[in-house]
Design a protein around this ligand. Structure first.
Ligand SMILES: [Zn+2]
Length: 412
């Protein structure tokens, strides 16, 4: 039998199987129960959070021939055809590859005809923001006066790229990223049903790399299973090219003793062992973000960060190395470096520079301390004074609340 990828095999087939997105789920289930389904829905959100899953579920529920309550039966011919994407009444269009007006014209020509067997003719357009301007105009006419048996379900990762005229004619749902615990729970369910052995800490690693995308997490799990039959920490690290925290903690130790010599060896090791350097930079950012969160939330950081007890112990032990101000500076520095990282022809050199900066950078002075310091300075000539205070000002790193939120968002 052909191998079915996990994301497809374990896609929710019932509303009761949907994880998270509670408000959206509730609204849709109410609408189904009251038989008040809008003629157009727009599902927006990052990749892998369930936009097309919702669209397909809704399509199945609407056209199911032996619906039980609001849930589709998943056994009638309509449900089966939709699941296989071969239904004549539920037409799925990938907006990215079918961008033109011809596709939309086809829809316009066909909406007039009744559905062949089901109740509704349903058009699911994925990545709808990719359609051309002409295609949108053609679509708009249909959206303005859709026949009652026609429904449009749109999905997009970039709702801001859609014309407002389209958006205003849809009921909109913004889907959220999945939390780490939601992802690890789903992965556990999958592994249990496949009777594959696993370590919880390994699933946590996968969830962290997946960054809120369930589909990414499932694909990563596919990758690990293809590599080894057991899903343990070592296999995940090896198969996904993840850098262990061991290396990050080593960096902390170098910072403590201010020893920069081993940086070159460390970088070399990362490269020769085939680690993904982009991923390493991400991990570095997460690492510093952990210290920032500890600096701000103190003891409460433990429940927020979802790390193992051993890891949290190390973080708390080393927290004196990274003040809040230093974390903010380093995160800003890492975000900028990440952009440069994509374009540099020599990633090794840039990585060495980054690691040296992390080890050597000291806690930036607090604004208040600098002011005190300036007031205590002996009187200087106005010209010199201006120069001096300018230099001091240059060393002050000021972050407004907005910037802090921006940084946290970028690193989440
Ligand atoms: Zn059915």
């Amino acid at each position: 039998m052909e191998y079915e990828v996990l994301a497809r095999k374990f896609r929710p087939q019932l509303f009761s199987e949907v994880i998270g997105q509670k408000n959206i789920l509730q609204t849709l289930m109410n609408a189904l129960a009251k038989n008040r389904i809008a003629h157009a829905y727009l599902f927006s959100g990052p990749k892998g959070v369930g936009k097309t899953t919702f669209a397909r579920l809704l399509a199945k529920a609407l056209n199911c021939q032996q619906k039980e309550g609001i849930e589709p039966c998943n056994t009638c011919s309509s449900c089966k055809e939709i699941a296989k994407s071969i239904s004549m009444d539920v037409i799925e269009i990938d907006g990215a590859s079918n961008r033109g007006i011809d596709e939309i014209r086809k829809i316009k020509e066909n909406v007039g005809y009744a559905a062949s067997s089901g109740n509704y003719k349903i058009y699911i357009i994925d990545e709808v923001h990719m359609l051309t301007k002409e295609a949108f105009n053609a679509l708009l006419k249909t959206l303005e006066e859709p026949p009652s048996h026609v429904k449009f379900f749109f999905a997009t990762t970039h709702p801001s790229k859609l014309p407002t005229t389209i958006i205003s004619r849809c009921q909109r749902f913004a889907l959220e990223r999945f939390s780490t615990s939601m992802i690890t729970e789903k992965l556990e369910t999958i592994l249990k049903s496949l009777t594959i052995e696993y370590e919880k800490s390994a699933l946590l690693l996968i969830a962290n790399v997946a960054d809120g995308s369930m589909r990414d997490a499932e694909s990563l799990l596919d990758q690990v299973i293809a590599f080894e039959s057991k899903v343990n920490r070592a296999n995940v690290i090896e198969s996904l090219g993840i850098v262990e925290k061991k290396e990050l903690y080593f960096l902390d130790e170098l910072k403590r003793v201010q020893n920069i010599g081993p940086v070159f060896e460390l970088t070399q090791k990362l490269i020769t062992s085939g680690k993904d350097l982009n991923l390493f930079l991400e991990d570095l950012m997460q690492h510093i973000r952990h210290y920032l969160i500890i600096a701000i939330l103190k003891e409460k950081a433990t429940e927020f960060l979802q790390e193992s007890t051993q890891d949290m112990e190390i973080y708390f032990k080393n927290q004196d190395l990274y003040s809040k101000e230093l974390c903010l500076y380093l995160l800003e520095y890492l975000i900028q470096s990440q952009e440069r990282f994509h374009f540099t022809s020599n990633k090794q050199v840039l990585l060495e520079v980054i690691l040296l900066e992390i080890i050597q950078s000291q806690k930036p002075k607090r604004f208040e301390d600098l002011l005190d310091n300036m007031q205590q300075q002996p009187k200087a000539k106005p010209q010199e004074k201006k120069k001096m205070s300018q230099n001091k000002m240059d060393t002050i790193i000021r972050f407004s609340q907005v910037e802090l939120e921006g940084i946290l968002k970028k690193t989440t």
